[in-house]
Design a binder for this molecule. Structure first.
Ligand SMILES: [Zn+2]
Length: 454
């Protein structure tokens, strides 16, 4: 899904309605002293494609899984047990690009003792008892941290404490790799055990007020997504995925937003990860990309319509659980001039005289339209229209269009691309008593759950 699928925290807060107050209450209850309630975003897992670090090339690999889904009877599915004996800190390291797209500079602060190494070598370049907030900048030959210059383009900061490194407004566990990119920007890549990473992903992606089974399902889905990205990273890439909704949201241990300190993980999210430790989804013996979105609107989307690496079990399934979301159904009006401009980006028509629609919302297929000025026609999909209008105008690619006096009205359903796991749907299923693994099977029918050993 294109970046226009991402939403602002404000968007989601509105969608939470009464749940927001519960989120706040929950976080107040479990958060550390002085750490305010965190307001996670629902998200759309998408493969990182655009941002590149240094001169590396990262291209998502098409999934190797093809063919018909082999959906077994429900009785064939037996719950797998998490590997509770596994040490989460021994799980494989994941590399998270926490400055998606690169940046001209970022702020670095290190609590407690640390050392700085040239990445890939055992060569220690400096060490100290702590680092007050300072700026990391690119130089002609390398990197500059505060007043100290390094004549290498790749550094690794190793802190003695587990959660000691702050980059801009986020505090992270693990180590931090610093890169000067060939385009003159700098990037920071957080490296930490995947099970520790997931504790923040669960809270960043799903409200604390959602039932435990839904959050455990999110942990399984996010773990699979993470391992899939790790397995498919280009060998030359310096990161596996992004910390934003381009991949899946990851806020770190804590972060500052609008001047407030917020918890990026909680006892509840750590429990959701621990309760599912090591569990991942596979299809035909391989990990697959577990796409997910906030609200499918009643029926999930055929994955092959949006993602080139969608496996064939990402087929539409019915979902009754997300009807409590504000975006289960939505409506928006767009001025005629603005809408015409968006259509004209695809083809030259002078006006919109008629609209023909193919694929109705709820079919599991994205909406398609044909606009005509009486002479020429322009065809656009719901995905393309979303990309051509400001982010958030169309909440999903599933809508109908109606011409009104001075505007076009879209009546739509869902929030996000709608492929795979539906986060609000998972909440609804959990409220009916479904367990986390049943929820995962509902959205990925034919998938198998397996346990990774660490
Ligand atoms: Zn749904």
């Amino acid at each position: 899904m294109a970046s226009n699928d991402n939403r602002s925290p404000g968007d989601f807060q509105k969608s939470l309605g009464v749940w927001l107050s519960l989120v706040v209450l929950m976080f107040c209850a479990v958060g550390a002293v002085q750490i305010d309630a965190h307001r996670p975003l629902p998200s759309h897992a998408i493969p990182p494609t655009a941002a590149r670090v240094a001169n590396t090339k990262r291209v998502p690999q098409p999934g190797a899984d093809v063919g018909s889904p082999s959906v077994g009877p429900a009785s064939a599915r037996t719950d797998v047990k998490p590997d509770l004996s596994a040490n989460p800190s021994k799980s494989p390291l994941i590399r998270v690009n926490v400055t998606p797209g690169g940046t001209a500079s970022f702020r670095l602060e290190i609590r407690g003792p640390y050392s700085i190494h040239e990445l890939g070598t055992s060569k220690r370049l400096s060490k100290s008892d702590s680092l007050a907030a300072t700026v990391v900048l690119p130089t002609a030959t390398g990197l500059k941290i505060g007043e100290k210059s390094y004549s290498t383009t790749q550094l690794e900061v190793i802190a003695k404490e587990s959660a000691a490194i702050r980059v801009d407004d986020h505090l992270y566990r693990g180590a931090m790799r610093l890169f000067r990119r060939t385009d003159g920007l700098v990037s920071a890549v957080n490296v930490l055990p995947v099970e520790e990473y997931l504790a923040s992903v669960v809270d960043s992606e799903m409200p604390a007020a959602f039932p435990a089974a839904a959050r455990e399902a999110q942990a399984i889905v996010s773990r699979t997504y993470a391992f899939y990205q790790m397995a498919h990273a280009d060998p030359a890439a310096v990161y596996d995925l992004f910390s934003s909704q381009r991949s899946q949201k990851y806020q770190g241990v804590e972060y500052i937003a609008a001047g407030r300190r917020l918890a990026g993980e909680s006892e509840s999210s750590r429990q959701a990860v621990a309760a599912t430790r090591g569990i991942v989804c596979t299809y035909r013996g391989k990990l697959f990309c577990t796409y997910y979105s906030a609200v499918c609107g009643g029926r999930t989307t055929d994955g092959s319509q949006i993602f080139t690496d969608a496996v064939d079990i990402l087929k539409p399934v019915t979902c009754d659980g997300c009807r409590d979301s504000e975006y289960h159904r939505w409506s928006v009006s767009i001025g005629k001039d603005e809408f015409l401009k968006a259509v004209q980006q695809k083809g030259a028509i002078t006006k919109i005289a008629t609209i023909r629609q193919f694929e109705s919302p709820g079919s599991g297929k994205i909406s398609r339209f044909e606009f005509s000025d009486g002479k020429k026609t322009v065809a656009l999909t719901g995905v393309e229209l979303r990309e051509r209008l400001p982010a958030g105008v169309f909440r999903s690619p599933h809508f109908t269009l109606h011409q009104e006096k001075t505007s076009f009205r879209a009546d739509g359903r869902g929030h996000g691309h709608g492929v795979g796991f539906c986060q609000w749907g998972a909440r609804g299923l959990a409220l009916t008593g479904k367990k986390s693994q049943e929820i995962v099977h509902h959205y990925y029918p034919g998938a198998k759950l397996e346990v990774k050993k660490y």
